[in-house]
Design a protein around this ligand. Sequence first.
Ligand code: NAP
Length: 258
Amino acid sequence: MSNPRRVALVTGANQGIGLEVCRQLRAHGYDVILTSRDEKAGRAAAKDAGVEYLRLDVTSEADIKHVAEALHRDKRKLDVLVNNAGISMDGFNHHVVKTTVGINFHGALAVTEGLLPVIADGASIVFVSSGMGELHPYSPAIRSRFADTKLTRDKLLALVDEFIEGVRTNRHTHEGWPSSAYRVSKAAMVALAKVLARDLSARNIRVNAVCPGWVRTRMGGRSAPRSLEQGAKSVVWAATVAGPVTGGFYRDGKAANW
Ligand code: NAP
């Protein structure tokens, strides 16, 4: 009997890096499920790329549950999950912080935890972070809390909550945080990959964070030096790499500064 086809799911994939990741994973032989919050745009992109489609707003518990149930009903498990959905908003205030961290970090965590029952042992989970996720803009105390090898999911959530509360009370700079919701959301994604890599090691699930580089997309803008193909390749490397590669932060298949 031949092996069942490997299945990959990508979030925020109606355009940009996510869509190109879907195309490249398909070329690697995966059955790809493209997901998006905008159903019309997602279905059109999936049709064009020759892949399946499911609606998934990463901030919607109902959508996450629906995707998990659909996979369970079809007796399918994910071999690859790419948490790609992300936003970068103009300005800096409590609303911007809650929205940005809510999608980039809390959304990726909720999707990963909600889909865990339908993620196969030995699977690969990728968090699309950024060079903006580096820890140099933080106080040494916050830096060491992010990088603590004993950090837990709950401690990480509490750390991120401290940032959000610090912005609400206008104390975040004094407490050692940068004035960038995007930076904090992406640093937290790297920390999350490291926490989950430890938590899921018994199931041989590899969890890594990647930086795609600065890529020409709606978010990256037209003057970015990298093509979609180059950016997506950096992500697909982590999704498909063989061997015990887990708990790392990579760009183009090489360890990235954190
Ligand atoms: P993009 O073209 O703006 O695409 C972002 C995607 O995320 C869009 O499909 C967007 O959907 C989706 N999204 C936003 N909120 C969502 C939600 N709540 N649920 C589901 N999907 C949601 O940007 P991109 O450059 O391809 O970015 C992809 C990832 O790479 C992001 O995580 C970004 O932070 C990261 N990244 C990008 C660069 C770069 O230079 N481009 C560099 C480093 C990291 P809509 O179309 O509905 O808005």
